[in-house]
Design a protein around this ligand. Structure first.
Ligand code: ACO
Length: 370
């Protein structure tokens, strides 16, 4: 059988956007530790940093914030498209379709920050609109005075979030905005490298994000913990899966071979936010047990919790419905994709790797055709 390498270790681009150091568990956004930014910076500041390359001053921040607010409204044509989608279509497919439908001529090559802001701004609105539309519940329009994050929760829940909830979700967004050449970012850059438009590139990235091996894991983490149900069941449940050769969701990472710095931060936040919560006690126990069993069943593979495991805990603590975990991750990562697309366009060369043919040859003759 032909071997698939998954492009492991291949350098596809030079980037100034982020450093992901998997051996030492480090994550840097444009010269700043991501975990420090997550403590006391807003989504707007960090999105600006990734898109422009520097943190904004007061005037720049105000202008950027207003541009995000001005672009929150969903065009009526997109609402109508969403209304016509089958009710059982999953939210990531809805998001992919709605973002794709945004792509009029104002989004054509070459990508601009203006285009990126329009997409970043409207993704939470698409999610919230669909969430209510499919339930027949009230659609809450955006509230101008609220931050990008508080407004997202407001549009979903119909009430202004507490400061603690806003801070926790902001930290989650900041820690997941960007992560080097992961599968979705690579997909986006690859599409854009053909000089296609930013909408096509981000539509492709959403498709990549949807898969359970990438952005689909946190929902699976919730299902896993629900299924395990109690601390007493954890070891047996995990062993049964590992005996069958199944993967434990929320563990393992292509790059991190030590603790993922985002996990450390999100774990702290979920502990502060959830307080004494039996669900979190179960999560902590499953983490410890799974790491021990993974070392037993997969010795030397260095499998630890990845960002998805405690993302599930933080998102649950801010009362985000499990079906919106991956879409929420997308609402965050669209910033990183955009930064990469702007960078790709600045110095573009079409992505064109090669494959080694290991199939049959037609025989000794060189063929009769021309
Ligand atoms: N559970 C059990 N075994 C695992 C796991 C896991 N979660 N992850 C890796 N392994 C095993 C593999 O079976 C493999 O074993 P082998 O050497 O006997 O074949 C070995 O560890 C190495 O795994 P690879 O598949 O080569 O690792 P890769 O870098 O390709 O995959 C990935 C990384 C996809 C994240 C993987 O660890 C996984 O499937 N994890 C579960 C899904 C998940 O949590 N995804 C979210 C990732 S974070 C993000 O995308 C934002």
């Amino acid at each position: 059988m032909a071997k698939v390498t998954g492009l492991e270790g291949i350098i596809a681009a030079e980037t100034e956007i982020s450093l992901v150091d998997g051996d030492n568990g480090l994550l840097v956004y444009r010269g700043y530790w991501a975990k420090d930014l997550a403590i006391d910076h807003s989504f707007e500041e960090c999105a600006y940093l990734l898109l422009y390359g520097n943190l904004p001053n007061e005037t720049e921040l105000l202008q950027f914030t207003n541009r995000l607010i001005d672009n929150r409204k969903l065009p009526q044509a997109i609402e109508e498209i969403i209304d016509r989608l089958p009710n059982d279509m999953d939210m990531m497919s809805v998001l992919r379709t709605a973002v794709s439908a945004l792509g009029d001529s104002t989004f054509s090559w070459k990508p601009t920050i203006e285009q990126a802001v329009r997409i970043i701004s409207v993704v939470p609105t698409i999610i919230a609109y669909r969430y209510h539309q499919v339930r027949g519940s009230e659609v809450f329009l955006s509230k101008r005075g609220l931050s990008h994050i508080a407004n997202y929760l407001y549009m979903l829940q119909g009430k202004v979030p507490t400061h603690a909830q806003e801070r926790a979700l902001t930290a989650y967004f900041v820690l997941t905005l960007e992560h080097g050449m992961n599968a979705s970012t690579f997909s986006a850059r690859s599409v854009l490298s053909t000089e296609s438009d930013i909408i096509s590139a981000i539509t492709g990235a959403i498709g990549a994000m949807k898969g359970p091996l990438h952005g689909g894991a946190p929902t699976e983490v919730i299902h896993m913990l629900d299924d395990i149900h109690s601390i007493e069941n954890a070891e047996q449940w995990l062993r049964e899966r590992l005996e069958k050769g199944e993967r434990i969701m929320g563990f393992g990472h292509r790059v991190y071979k030590t603790h993922d710095p985002r996990v450390v931060a999100l774990k702290k936040i979920s502990q502060i936010l959830a307080g004494k919560d039996p669900w979190l006690d179960l999560a902590l126990h499953v983490e410890k047990t799974a790491i021990r069993l993974l070392e037993e069943y997969k010795p030397g593979r260095k499998l630890y919790t990845n960002v998805e495991f405690y993302a599930a805990a933080v998102l649950r603590a801010v009362q985000m419905p499990a079906e919106l975990f991956t879409p929420t991750f997308t609402a965050s990562r669209v910033v990183g994709w955009s930064a990469h697309l702007l960078e790709q366009a600045e110095n573009n060369r079409i992505f064109r790797p090669q494959s080694t043919y290991v199939g049959e040859m037609p025989g000794n003759s060189i063929g009769r055709g021309f």
